[in-house]
Ligand binder design. Structure first.
Ligand code: WTA
Length: 645
């Protein structure tokens, strides 16, 4: 391996950082040796409780059961808004930057309180109660945050569905959660183009009898269809509603939200998070990993449809009384300079994005970056996929002008908050490494048999002990949670990721070891894309694997075996791509489709994905043994016609 570079904490950063190395080490030790004492102190410091807990934690990783702050009561909306009012009513809570550069708004904590309370009352009037599920299918507008917090205020459980998902995908998620209300917008706007959210929701809702109410925000004024009984205009209802809505006291273990995410098999799972532990960890990681200090302007570019948007646009920052920037658009619209122009316009101090965006911008050269000032930037972050050292170096040198530490943050929808990441005033960084565990997090590496690996090693990444924001269940299917996370390596939480630990104890996440793809930082199951493809009448069989992609991290490579009478031409490939977009969403479109008369199968009929992966990654000399295949000659066929050379 080539020499790994090490970046010490810059002096200028260290001098004003919240936490240094000594304190990180002390706290980390305390968090592992006396977890309940440690977390109780943090829960008191970070959150306001309307009733104290009786017991800090109770968990068992043989069963996956976990509960934190048992008996305690609090409300997430109160913690993110009301308690800040005495000191921060006029401070900006949310800076909204629209798709067009001339559109932006500042929303104060006072206004946030009013908007959230009114919307909460609208939901109540429409019969939404504590425990009911509300589906949000929203563009990146402040109303998305209002909607999440309004649900939290009355104890309804939100399920945000990414606005890029198709009506079909939306329908599945609404049905699975049996949501009673949906909040959407007439249209979303991204990169100068509109997305017909309400029309998509209408299509989904035709098959969702559980939904009695659909609240629609008027974002563009585009034409929409209306169902007088079910549909409510957001502005009309909110204008008429009272701004007085006392927050519902919630048990620490009452659900806060469900968020669907892809696994290696079957349909997406509804990951369920509860109130106390989730809010604590999102707030605490936001403070320490981003070194968030009063007055900082913080910008996370994620969409609220993903967990990053939940924890690091809405809950973590607002619980800390921060100013959080919410961006409706894309990094390349109107041009490749947009992010840095937004940084200059709003004097952003902390910027958090995905490696895929960094790689895309890096590909467009330094000029769009260097023509901006970026003097306000103090810290940079990444999340969602492994970052290649080259992109890390570019981000550090060109965007951060060597003065901003980079926090590469590893975590998952299921973990709720950041698990492995540098503490920027404490941890030297190495390009490509997520470095060291956050407080209370006990990562370990195991081999295929579950044997613990010590010292410098590579293996499967597991977590040995519970942390407050861990997944509590898969909505409606608790057994699936146990099977997915707590059965592979007994007594541990299995992440599905592989990792290497170096001689300094730093972790290097190498990517998924299961059939989950990471396309531009978006999680997709190969099984989902395969199921979509085989719904097409021309497709007999399909197998999907990932392959390295310069910008997206991974691309989707689909092998498709057609029904007799169909020919695999470019027109059909395009049709299949669009078909997948209709079934799931544009993010799942295969990049490469190879038509194949047969797929490599064992004699018992199981598709040998290992071989398909090797062909897709063009690693032909390590194909391995193909003699056990029912028909070894299909492999030569596949190799001859492979698309990624
Ligand atoms: C991957 C996103 C390497 C990983 C917060 C994980 C990463 C999956 C990193 C979770 C990182 C996330 N380095 N890989 N810093 N962060 N991943 O649920 O494979 O959308 O299992 O949560 O993204 O994706 P999810």
């Amino acid at each position: 391996m080539s020499e790994v570079k090490r970046y010490p904490v810059p002096d200028s950063f260290r001098q004003r950082a919240l936490m240094d190395k000594t304190r990180y080490e002390e706290w980390y030790r305390a968090s592992i040796e006396e977890p309940d004492t440690f977390w109780a102190a943090r829960a008191t410091e970070f959150l306001d409780w309307s009733r104290p807990w009786d017991k800090v934690s109770e968990w068992d990783f043989r069963t996956g059961d976990a509960a934190w702050f048992i008996g305690g009561e609090l409300n997430a909306s109160y913690n993110c808004i009301d308690r800040h009012l005495p000191t921060r009513a006029d401070q900006t809570a949310i800076i909204w930057e629209g798709d067009e550069p001339d559109q932006s708004r500042h929303i104060s904590y006072r206004e946030l309180h009013e908007q959230v309370s009114k919307l909460a009352n609208v939901l109540k009037q429409r019969g939404v109660k504590k425990g009911d599920r509300v589906c949000l299918y929203m563009p990146m507008i402040p109303e998305a945050a209002y909607a999440m917090l309004a649900c939290a205020r009355i104890g309804a459980v939100h399920s945000v569905v990414f606005g890029g998902f198709s009506p079909e995908a939306l329908k599945d998620r609404i049905q699975d959660a049996e949501a009673s209300a949906v909040i959407t917008a007439d249209e979303g706007v991204r990169g100068g183009r509109t997305v017909s959210l309400k029309a998509n929701a209408d299509k989904a809702l035709a098959h969702c009898p559980s939904v009695h109410t659909c609240v629609t925000v008027r974002r563009t004024g585009g034409k929409v269809n209306w169902d007088e009984k079910r549909d409510v205009w957001y502005h009309e209802a909110v204008d008429a509603a009272s701004a007085d809505c006392p927050p519902e006291p919630m048990g620490a273990e009452d659900p806060l939200f469900i968020l669907y995410t892809s696994g290696s098999t079957g349909k997406p799972k509804g990951v369920l998070h509860t109130t106390g532990g989730y809010l604590l960890c999102s707030a605490m990681t936001h403070k320490y990993v981003f070194d968030y200090q009063d007055g900082d302007i913080y910008w996370c570019t994620a969409d609220v449809g993903w967990v990053t948007g939940h924890s690091y646009i809405v809950y973590g920052p607002l619980a800390n009384g921060a100013t959080t920037l919410m961006f409706e658009g894309v990094p390349t619209y109107p041009d490749a300079s947009r992010c840095w122009q937004v940084v200059d316009k709003h004097k952003v101090n902390i910027f958090y994005t995905a490696p895929t965006a960094i790689r895309a911008l890096m590909g467009l050269g330094d000029a769009p970056v260097t023509k901006t000032d970026r003097g306000s930037l103090r810290l940079l972050g990444t999340v969602g996929e492994p970052i290649n050292p080259e992109a890390w170096e570019w981000y550090h040198r060109v965007v951060g002008e060597d003065r901003c530490p980079i926090v590469d943050t590893w975590w998952q929808t299921e973990t709720g908050s950041i698990m492995i990441a540098p503490i920027p005033g404490a941890t030297d960084t190495k390009p490509g490494s997520a470095t060291l565990p956050f407080f209370g997090v006990q990562p370990a590496l195991v081999d295929a048999d579950g044997k613990a690996l010590e010292g410098a090693a590579s293996g499967n990444l597991v977590i040995k002990a519970s942390w407050p924001s861990q997944i509590r269940t898969v909505y409606g299917d608790h057994q699936r949670m146990i099977d997915t996370y707590f059965s592979t390596y007994k007594g541990t939480y299995f992440t599905g990721d592989g990792a290497r630990r170096d001689e300094d104890g730093y972790y290097w996440i190498t990517g998924r070891v299961d059939d989950v793809l990471n396309i531009s930082g978006h999680r997709l199951g190969t099984a989902e894309i395969e199921s979509a493809l085989v719904l097409h009448p021309a497709v007999a069989e399909a197998a999907v694997v990932g392959y390295p992609h310069d910008i997206k991290g991974q691309g989707v490579y689909a092998y498709v075996n057609l029904m007799a009478g169909h020919s695999g031409d470019e027109a059909l490939a395009t049709e299949l791509r669009n078909f997948v977009a209709t079934e799931i969403g544009a993010i799942a479109k295969p990049d490469l489709i190879q038509f194949a008369p047969g797929l490599p199968k064992t004699r018992s009929g199981k598709i040998m994905r290992r071989i398909l992966r090797k062909i897709a990654t063009n690693e032909l000399d390590t194909l391995g043994d193909t003699s056990t295949l029912a028909d070894p000659s299909v492999v030569d066929q596949l190799i001859d016609n492979r698309l990624n050379r």
